[in-house]
Design a protein around this ligand. Structure first.
Ligand code: GAP
Length: 444
């Protein structure tokens, strides 16, 4: 089973590289540990995921607004947020070969010993290792300001809390959503993009009135919301579960925390987290900046520092789990059964024969027309079977073929990725056809 699962990850990593989802970062120079680049189809998958998320949070809802804060922040932010002091993982160093690993990752420690010096185990005591990545700003050598690349995107919301309240009509309870890059000096990046050193997060900080019972209701609401959201977008229900954090497992800011975990090929792994941050962040920023962070209820005049129920998920980690979950093989052929909303291309257009100009011309016209509304691929290489196989591998839900009948009756063949069934559709109905299938797609 373990081998089978390793094998699955090997296949996914190979597919990702071969088809242009994900490449090792700066590969021609030997790469950089924990850093990945996205190729032409990978960027579409990530973009679709972020767009779906933004639509669910900011576009459709009345109670959430979005922001886009800077990656670089005044270093005081990270003192106030507690990250300078407490954003640490326990690090141990092997005294034999000086490899550094996380003390709480026992399986990695055992694997290291077995591989490099069987029967010997000689590790230093665990030390706290801070994950913030340092950078230097300024133009005068020796006088540059040491700053941190943000370790979570969250603080950009908290430092702008007052700005958002003052510049919008939003009233508590409300959320502030954000998508952006975060950076962590992870001790052991690994499992492909699962634990990277540069990654994107999507977060909502949802602010509520301080009230134990009501805030826990909101906490439960978001837990269920995200579980349903991922299932609706196609993640297998039986591969998801909640994991509540015990008090000693929680981050320094959390009063309560639950992860949604995914049954990854290497075991249950954190997908995303819902965290009850209480008033930790706003209170600390009030204290460190001496700027008032209270919210004033416009109707009752009540003043308080709101509590924050955070939903936080990784874009890259989600994309990886969507890839893993969508991966299937049929008679040795790979079919990526991504939800059509997430699929990099919604359709592909082919002329049945590449050497028949009338077919090519007609197919090109359809391709250009559909491209105004969707990402649509084009392929005229090889035979139709090979083109279907190639689109299946990147998860394209529909393949549209222009054949000789098209020239007579303005219809095309549409072949469905998941059922391999073919049907005829009118050219002038293709846009509706694709929209309808994307929007009404049922996941198993
Ligand atoms: N603002 C809260 C926060 O950042 P977290 O549990 O440290 O909480 C939230 O991170 C999510 O960000 C994780 O559930 C995961 O999806 C993603 N994430 C965290 N560290 C990551 C890493 N090194 N590589 C990829 N994704 C990561």
């Amino acid at each position: 089973m373990v081998d089978q699962n390793n094998n699955l990850m090997d296949k996914i990593v190979a597919l990702a590289k071969r088809r242009g989802f994900i490449y090792p970062g700066s590969e021609i120079y030997g790469g950089l540990a924990g850093i990945w680049d996205y190729g032409p189809v990978g960027v579409e998958l990530k973009r679709n995921l972020k767009n779906m998320w933004w639509k669910s949070m900011v576009q459709i809802r009345e109670d959430i607004v979005g922001i886009d804060a800077a990656i670089m922040m005044n270093p005081r932010v990270w003192e106030a947020s507690g990250h300078v002091e407490a954003f640490t993982d326990p690090l141990v160093e092997c005294r034999i070969d000086h490899e550094r690993l996380r003390a709480d990752h026992e399986d990695e420690i055992k694997a290291h010993e077995k591989k490099h010096h069987p029967g010997k185990s000689d590790w230093t005591e665990p030390q706290k290792f801070n994950l913030l990545v340092k950078a230097y700003l300024g133009v005068i050598e020796g006088k540059q300001q040491e700053i941190f690349l943000r370790g979570e995107i969250t603080q950009g919301v908290h430092v702008n809390f007052k700005n958002v309240v003052d510049s919008t009509r939003i009233r508590i309870p409300f959320g502030i959503a954000q998508i952006g890059k975060a950076f962590r000096n992870e001790i052991t990046p690994g499992n492909f993009t699962f634990r990277s050193r540069e990654f994107e997060q999507m977060e909502v900080q949802y602010f509520v009135k301080p009230d134990e019972k009501d805030s826990l209701k909101t906490f439960e609401y978001w837990k269920k919301y995200w579980m349903d959201w991922y299932i609706k977008l196609g993640i297998s229900k039986d591969k998801l579960k909640f994991k509540d954090h015990a008090p000693d497992e929680r981050a320094h800011y959390a009063r309560a925390a639950t992860d949604i975990e995914y049954q990854a090929p290497w075991g249950w792994a954190e997908f995303m987290g819902v965290h009850h941050r209480g008033d930790w962040d706003l209170s600390r920023h009030q204290q460190y900046s001496s700027k008032e962070m209270k919210y004033k209820d416009p109707e009752t005049g009540e003043e308080y520092i709101p509590w924050d129920i955070e939903s936080s998920m990784g874009v890259d980690r989600s994309a990886l789990f969507f890839l893993i979950d969508a991966y299937s093989e049929n008679k040795g052929r790979v079919i990526l059964k991504l939800h059509p909303q997430l699929a990099p291309y919604k359709a592909a257009v082919f002329p049945l024969l590449a050497n028949k100009p009338e077919l090519v011309e007609k197919a090109k016209k359809i391709h250009l027309d559909l491209k105004k509304d969707f990402m649509v691929a084009w392929d005229e290489r090889g035979n139709i079977g090979k083109r279907y196989a190639s689109q299946d591998e990147i998860g394209t839900p529909f393949c549209i073929t222009v054949d000789f009948q098209t020239l007579e009756d303005e219809t095309v063949t549409v072949r469905d990725r998941d059922t391999a069934k073919q049907e005829r559709a009118e050219i002038n109905q293709l846009r509706n056809f694709i929209n309808d299938r994307i929007n009404n797609h049922q996941t198993d």
